[in-house]
Design a protein around this ligand. Structure first.
Ligand code: ADP
Ligand code: GLC
Length: 474
């Protein structure tokens, strides 16, 4: 049995800020099979340490430059997957996960600690599956800083979940690694005048993956590459896109304990009760026959919020209700805070992160809005489909790969989409969707069923990861 260790900065059920945590919380289990057994390692943040009763199983030293730091290793098994947590209170016992001035040092420590930890794990790791910039230095450190056979023989994958966040830090972070300076001088880990975790990960992993085929193509172009297209083109032959799935047991309208009523593709009546309950709970006018549109998202420009702000009043001139559940950028939050006053009982903004409410919104809405500027994959649209809520998306990245736009001639599709990043196009497709909702209810119902019947599980993609691991291990 071969062992895959997933390394990430967040993962369910322990901690989540976005879709990365969904992936880390569900993909390892989906890959587990006769050939491969997966484990996960995360930093032990305050929120995890305070909430979970984890077992401390060991301590070890992490040497960087002349400084020696102690890391504690915690462990817990969840859903047949072994979770390891690297603890160091100075770095991780803080209220948040990211956004600190010393993030470079914190994750440099995490990268080094993961590689040191390998020496004391009760199993031998064959592949380190690294995710996003927070783990980007691992492939080069494993290959170049370590001289022992075990480390040198380990294979690595590097998965890009979001190229926008690159982990670029001043050059002096180099002191933190015991890495030959030549890798900075020759440009391998250098980006502008500092070091880049993202670049290092892309160049040194055995294989580079990203979370949809479209995004894999897009990031080779200047428009979507965040200035990494040159670096990515070097690895073009080792780059592939594997679309995300979701945990279909966690997201299941038949069994979801957060819902007031259950429903399924063959018995949809419960969804109406969920809608009514959601309207009551959030102070919207209770009405079954009004299109209830929702957005559940980190509030960042990535999510196409500018289009929404541009067309908000035109959208609200239509016969719709709107729910926004999200938190993030202060300016965006401030713009949405006016919603309830401007459109009483028709629009509501819940500012914050709320897991239980997200389930209720996914189930209660008719349509999920995701007009993203770019979207590596997107998890929200997959969840929405599973709950029979039709996604309205921009045709970009993973949204393009997972949402099939309604075709009124062939009676196919599982959502609605538009191509250009344009407020007018967003508004037009919303009006089109409204028309289907109000005047062709049978078609709408067909689309709901199509959405619910779409395979959003990991089944297919887990097989693709397995094939990739087979290839890497020969
Ligand atoms: P990203 O990772 O870019 O934020 P995804 O669509 O891949 O976007 O994943 C977002 C995940 O975070 C989904 O599971 C979504 O339900 C969840 N989420 C986003 N905002 C909130 C929120 N305010 N409350 C609860 N869940 C949220
Ligand atoms: C990132 C992307 C999102 C993707 C998620 C999980 O946060 O923004 O599109 O679904 O990672 O891969």
């Amino acid at each position: 049995m071969r062992k895959i260790l997933f390394v990430a900065s967040e993962g369910l059920p322990y901690i989540k800020s976005g879709g990365l945590a969904d992936v880390i919380g569900s993909l390892p289990q989906a890959i587990n099979c006769a050939k491969y057994s997966c484990a996960v390692v995360l930093p032990l943040y305050k929120k995890i340490k305070d909430k979970y009763n984890l077992e401390k199983i060991n301590s070890f030293n992490v040497q960087s430059g002349l400084i020696n730091t102690v890391a504690d290793l915690y462990y817990q098994k969840f859903n047949e997957v072994e979770y390891y947590f690297i603890a160091n209170d100075r770095y991780f016992y803080r209220d948040g996960m990211y956004g600190y001035v010393d993030d470079g040092e914190r994750f440099a420590f995490f990268n080094k600690a993961v590689l040191e930890m390998l020496n004391i794990l009760p199993f031998k790791v064959d592949i380190l599956a690294c995710n996003d910039w927070h783990t980007g230095m691992i492939p080069i450190l494993c290959k170049k800083e370590y001289t022992d056979e075990y480390h040198r023989n380990i294979k690595t994958t590097y998965t890009i979940h979001n190229l926008l966040f690159q982990g670029n830090f001043p050059e002096n972070l180099l002191d933190y690694f015991n890495l030959d300076r030549k890798y900075y001088e020759n440009g391998d880990i250098r980006f502008d005048d500092g070091i880049s975790f993202m670049k290092a990960g892309i160049l040194y992993a055995d294989k580079v993956t990203t979370v949809s085929q479209s995004y894999a193509r897009e990031i080779l172009t200047e428009e979507y590459s965040e200035r990494m297209d040159g670096v990515l083109r070097v690895r073009e032959n080792d780059l592939c896109g594997i679309v995300n799935g979701i945990d279909t047991r966690m997201w299941d309208s038949k069994t979801d304990a957060n819902l007031i009523a259950d429903y399924s593709v063959t018995k949809l009546s419960g969804k109406k009760k969920c809608k009514k309950h959601l309207q009551e709970m959030l102070g919207l006018r209770v009405a079954d026959d009004v299109l209830l549109v929702g957005m559940i998202s980190r509030l960042t420009w990535q999510k196409g919020v500018s289009l929404l702000l541009e067309k908000l009043s035109a959208m609200m001139n239509q016969d719709i209700q709107l729910i926004i559940l999200g938190t993030g950028d202060n300016y965006i939050e401030s713009q949405f805070k006016q919603l309830e006053y401007t459109y009483p009982h028709r629009a509501v903004f819940y500012c914050g992160y709320n897991e239980a409410l997200s389930h209720q919104v996914y189930a209660g809405i008719d349509m999920l809005l995701m007009p993203s500027l770019f979207e590596p994959c997107g998890i929200s649209q997959l969840i929405a489909m599973r709950y029979g809520s039709l996604p309205l998306v921009r045709e970009v990245g993973g949204l393009k790969d997972t949402v099939i736009p309604y075709n009124e001639y062939e009676h196919t599709g599982n959502g609605f989409s538009f191509r250009n990043f344009s407020g007018d196009d967003l508004l037009n497709v919303l009006k089109y969707a409204l028309n289907v909702y109000y005047y062709r209810p049978k078609e709408w119902k067909m689309l709901m069923k199509n959405a619910m019947n779409t395979d959003v599980s990991w089944n297919c993609s887990a097989q693709q990861y397995i094939a990739l691991f087979d290839e890497i291990l020969g």
